[in-house]
Design a protein around this ligand. Sequence first.
Ligand SMILES: *Cc1c(COP(=O)(O)O)cnc(C)c1O
Length: 350
Amino acid sequence: MTHDTFVDLRSDTVTKPTPGMRQAIADAVVGDDVYGEDPTVNALEAYVAELLGHEAGLFCPTGSMTNMLGVRTLVGPGQELLCDALAPVVRAELGGHAVLGQASTRTWHADARRPGRLDAEEALAMAVPDAGPYMVSTAAFAVENTHNFGGGTVQRIEELRALRAGADKMGIAVHLDGARLWNAHVATGVPLAEYGAVADTVSVCLSKGLGAPVGSVLVGSDERIAAARVWRKRYGGGMRQVGILAAACRYALDHQLERLADDHARARRLAAAVAEVRPGLVDTDAVETNIVVLDLAEAGLAAADVAAAARESGVLLSVLGPRRLRLVTHLDVDDDACEHAADVLTKVLS
Ligand SMILES: *Cc1c(COP(=O)(O)O)cnc(C)c1O
C-alpha cells in the first residue's frame, strides 16, 4: 500500500496540488525574486498583506521561517517571547527562535479542558516589559489561531483584542502564528483583517488546508518586512523563480479557501462517529475546525495501538502522545474517504 491508497488523516500538510493548481503553476509568470523581480511573488505578497490589513508581505518556504522572521523583528537578543506551552514556536521549530533569533522564551499553560484557548488576562499577567538589568524583559507575545495541538481551537476575537490592548499599554508586540488562520476565518466569519489587526506580525501557511505544496507568508509593516527580507536571505531563504510556488498559493486562496468549511464538517462527522462508540474520548462541541484530538486516557487505550489498528484498515492517524491521537481533515479527504475513516474508527475503538 502506498500513502495514496490510505485515508491520510495525519495532517493537512499531506495534500497534493489539484489539476487546476498544477495548471496555475505551469502558467506562472516568473522572475528572480531575490532581485524583487518575480511578479507572481510580488502580487501574492501584496495580496496577502491586504487580506490581513498589513502594509507588506514576505513569501517564505515554511511557516517555521515566517514565525522565526516575524518573532525576530519583534524580540531582540536575550529578550523574551511569551507563548503557551503547546505552541509550535516552542515545540515544533526545533529551538530555532533560540538558536537563530537568540530569543528567551517563557510559556503559560494552556487550559487543560480547552487546550490552546487564549486567556488574555493570564498571558498579560506574565509580562515584564522593562525589567532593567536584573530580569529578562518581555518583548512579544505569540498566539496561535487556530491552535494546532490544542485541537484546531479558534481563539475568540474578543480575547485576541484584549491581548492586543493590554500589550499596547505595556509596549509589548504581538506575533500571530496563523498557520491555520484561514480555518478560523471560515469557521467564524470574522474577517481576516480583524484577525490581522490584533498583531504586529502574522504568519500564514498556504501549505496546510489550503493545499499549496509549499509556502507561507509573513505580513507586517513596511519597515519590519524589509528587515525580515534581509534575514530571510541570511537564513538561506532567498528563492529565485519562485513564482511557480506563489502561483500555487494564489490559486489556493482563490479556489480552495471557502471549501475549508467541508473539512470542518468532516471533522465533526469523525468526532461524532468516535463519540458514538466511545463518548469519553472526544468532546464533539470542541471540534471547531479541521482537527480532532482524541484523549484515550479514560479508555485506557494506547495511541500507538489504535493508530496501528487503523493503519491495518487503511486509515492513518497522528500519534501526539502515549494517549493522544490527532485526526486532521483536508482537501484530499472527500466524503467517501471520511465515511471509510468513520467506519474504521468505529470498528477499532469498539
Ligand atoms: C505547520 C505549522 C507551523 C510551521 O509550518 P512549517 O511550514 O511546517 O514550518 C507553525 N505553526 C503552526 C500552528 C503550524 O501548524
